[in-house]
Design a protein around this ligand. Structure first.
Ligand code: TXA
Ligand code: MG
Length: 341
């Protein structure tokens, strides 16, 4: 049975106690963060963490992010905390930044997918922080989607994937950012960007200087990746996604041309656009700004999939600010099927 707790009107101390009790008992609780919904369990309870992997169908070597609510917890989880980590935490926490550091022995190997490092973040969301504080546990939480599906930006998405299979879902309404946190490995010099996300790379570099960008961020996944999660197919809808990249005008022309071709062949096509309108079987306008596009991306993928189209044509955007995270998710969703104009 799944208890769905409605907190769309805001944080509620009494209601959070119900969810916190589940966490302390080793149960699974899905909760909103500012990036996407997470599927949480006590990060230090091996059995509870194992259930996260089972519920998601997630490979055991893909490590989880541990969520904290107070700066002290950083030192309880990480063996070494370099100055850079403290500076980043001061600047960006609570917020959409995850840092990877050597782990302490109290963090189970199940949580870190067998690695001797741990990924830590302090989410900027009242409900998430309240859940961590009330349960008095660090909470391991991957995105609350079945492995391979787009991350959830609404409680409805979590209900679709997990209703009846986890103990509790906290509905906090739509998330703010819509793409997952930025993952930065601080065990290398210079630090390595493992996953672009809600905190733009440019912002990080303003504070700590040059960061190395892992090749998987922009290109095809390799299987010797340092973040094991990077080698798996992600954000994959049932329809084939094709990303059209290039200058705005050329992208527009190419999409129209492809739409005509598919129409003639009787193929059903959806378009994910960033401002322009297209005559297609399904059409979603993600918005104009990087922020809007990021917020609407995963929801659009889920909705277009439900509409039953065979192909989804997606307009590429520039890789600056949140655009780097958006393009990383889009290319993955497309299984790297990209048309460059
Ligand atoms: O915004 C987010 O980060 C959301 C919310 C719920 O906080 N969580 C999330 O978790 O996106 P997940 O499990 O979907 O993605 C975690 C990413 C994966 O790419 C994983 O491989 C990487 O973080 N990661 C976790 N621990 C790591 C470690 N010790 N070393 C390298 N990469 C790690
Ligand atoms: Mg995920």
């Amino acid at each position: 049975m799944t208890v769905v707790i409605n907190m769309r009107e805001g944080f509620d101390k009494k209601k959070i106690k119900i969810a916190a009790k589940f966490i302390r008992e080793g149960k699974l609780v899905a909760f909103p963060t500012e990036t996407v919904y997470g599927l949480g369990a006590d990060a230090l309870n091996e059995k509870a963490v194992k259930r996260i992997f089972e519920a998601k169908g997630r490979p055991a070597d893909n490590p989880l992010i541990v969520h904290i609510a107070d700066f002290n917890q950083l030192y309880e989880l990480a063996k070494e905390v370099p100055r850079e980590a403290e500076v980043l935490a001061e600047h960006f926490w609570p917020g959409p930044l995850t840092i990877v550091l050597p782990k302490r022995s109290n963090v189970p190997m199940v949580t870190t997918g067998g690695l001797d490092t741990v990924a830590i973040r302090m989410p900027a969301h009242e409900i998430a922080l309240g859940l961590i504080r009330t349960s008095r546990r660090p909470i391991a939480a991957p995105s609350a989607n079945i492995s391979g599906k787009p991350s959830p930006t609404l409680a409805e998405h979590v209900v679709d994937d997990f209703y009846g299979r986890i103990e509790c879902i906290i509905d906090g309404g739509e998330v703010k950012i819509g793409v997952e946190s930025t993952v930065l490995d601080l065990t290398t010099k210079p630090p390595t960007l493992l996953r672009p996300g809600g905190l733009p790379l440019e912002e990080i570099e303003k504070v700590i200087g040059k960061v190395k960008v892992h090749p998987v961020v922009k290109g095809k996944a390799v299987d010797i990746a340092k973040a094991p999660g990077m080698k798996y197919k992600h954000y994959a809808p049932n329809a084939q996604v094709i990303v059209i990249e290039g200058s705005r005008e050329k992208v527009k022309e190419k999409i129209k041309e492809l739409l005509n071709d598919y129409k003639r062949r009787g193929v059903k096509v959806g378009v994910m656009a960033t401002g322009d309108f297209y005559e297609a079987d399904a059409y979603i306008n993600l918005g104009n700004s990087e922020e809007e596009i990021a917020r609407n991306l995963f929801r659009a993928l889920r909705e277009l999939d439900k509409s039953g189209v065979d192909i989804i044509l997606a307009e590429g955007i520039e890789e600056r600010g949140l655009g780097l995270a958006v393009m990383n998710r889009l290319r993955k969703a497309a299984g790297y099927k990209i048309v460059r104009t």
